[in-house]
Design a protein around this ligand. Structure first.
Ligand SMILES: *Cc1c(COP(=O)(O)O)cnc(C)c1O
Length: 403
């Protein structure tokens, strides 16, 4: 019986990819071991975050870094760091910002449910640009000058959500921010792989960049990385760590917090609820090490082979009713995926049936365009035969029972 079944939940197959609702990645044995090892010893949490900062910074090229409770928490802490700086009284007041200098400019196209992360710290988002292309009313996307014209004395920073086709370019947005002395926060939560993106945004001059630890890095689901300027990362640490200390005998490692720059210790800050456990920090660091050291191109080829098995089985069902194909991204570090297509059956109903009856959770992002996606992240040599056979049998049953 699985640990989930012991308490009444099912074991499922996450074929959706990095999605949080299906638990993100299955951890490697090495990462799980690191977490068990960490659980058996105590550690000074500030010292652990400081050493994580050094390790991550070497990889990202940033001045400092902090292990956050996911990228979303990282974005909240980025906003908190920009809004409070190293001023303990401002930290204590968040999410209230007495100066009213709390606006963050964001392109309308970059907005999503993750905006909440910024607003939680007291930030107010100010939209620029239009969605002309989607509304069929124009040809242009958000342009850099639109950010510039929104800047005023209440502007605290700029938010940039990175995707493969984000516009305007990160360079043009950072140029404007620098001209006005404003920090840029990049949400790069899901921009790995390719691994070059671990350095890309910092190299371009971003002040803070957030990544998920629980997506392709395959760290603990509730881990993340925030990296960037040391002053902001120090502020994140001060607003996240247990601050119930006496100033005189408080010894934060200077690579994380320069004690000479602050005159008092704030009380527990806005990040206190985003506590990251020692086990998660250890797990994230080992996952990150494996992520940068592994032969990722071979792993992607292996994933393609595994998808090939499923592809053959689905295409042998009845190509008039259902078919599949493998999509291989141009970038050899990125996952191939398998898409399932049908004009004859209701793929919404099929996906729902697969979840409820078979515990197979596929990626539903393409449902509006009439396809379902199988993401190979959690498919291995050990489970491929079971996944492939349960999936094809379930699809056949669905077709035979006419949904
Ligand atoms: C996944 C994601 C997040 C949240 O990341 P977590 O690590 O799950 O907190 C934020 N922004 C974007 C664009 C994402 O894809």
């Amino acid at each position: 019986m699985s640990i989930y079944e012991e308490f009444g939940a099912r074991n499922i197959y996450n074929l959706a990819g990095t999605s949080t609702r299906v638990g993100g990645p299955v951890l490697s044995k090495e990462v799980a071991d690191a977490m068990v090892q960490a659980s058996q010893h105590s550690v000074d949490m500030t010292e652990l975050q400081a050493s994580a900062s050094d390790y991550i910074s070497k990889i990202t090229g940033s001045e400092a870094a902090y292990v956050t409770a996911g990228a979303s928490a990282g974005l909240t802490m980025a906003a908190a760091a920009i809004l409070a700086g190293l001023d303990p009284s401002k930290m204590e007041e968040l999410p209230t910002v007495r100066s009213n200098k709390n606006q963050f400019i964001i392109s309308r196209e970059h907005r999503s449910g993750y905006d909440h992360a910024f607003r939680l710290a007291g930030a107010e988002t100010v939209d620029v640009g239009m969605n002309e292309i989607l509304s069929g009313a124009g040809v242009r996307r958000t342009e850099a000058w639109e950010y510039e014209s929104a800047i005023n004395e209440r502007t605290a920073g700029i938010i940039y959500v990175a995707t493969e086709n984000s516009e305007p370019s990160i360079e043009s947005v950072i140029n404007i921010a620098k001209k006005h002395n404003l920090p840029v926060v990049v949400d790069a939560a899901a921009q790995l792989p390719p691994r070059e993106n671990l350095r890309y945004f910092i190299e371009k001059g971003a002040d803070l960049v957030a990544y998920s630890g629980g997506k392709a890095i395959k760290g603990p689901q509730s881990s993340g990385i925030l990296c960037g300027k040391k002053e902001y990362i120090s502020s994140v640490a001060l607003q996240s760590l247990d601050m119930d200390e006496f100033f005189e005998i408080w010894n934060p490692p200077s690579n994380l917090i320069d004690k000479s720059k602050i005159n008092a210790i704030p009380r527990h800050g806005i990040g206190r609820g985003f506590k990251v456990a020692k086990e998660e920090i250890a797990g994230l660091l080992v996952a990150l090490r494996m992520f940068i050291e592994k032969d990722i191109e071979s792993e992607m080829k292996e994933s393609r082979n595994l998808l090939e098995t499923i592809n053959n089985e689905i295409n042998s069902i009845n190509s008039n009713i259902i078919s599949s194909k493998i999509r291989t991204p141009d970038n050899s570090e990125q996952y191939p995926t398998l898409t399932i297509h049908s004009e004859k059956i209701d793929l919404y109903k099929l996906s729902n049936k697969l979840k409820i009856d078979s515990g197979l959770f596929l990626n539903e992002t393409g449902l509006n365009q009439k396809y379902l996606t199988v993401h190979p992240m959690n498919i291995t040599n050990e489970n491929i035969n079971e996944i492939s056979s349960v999936l094809t049998t379930s699809i056949k049953n669905f077709i035979n029972n006419k949904g």
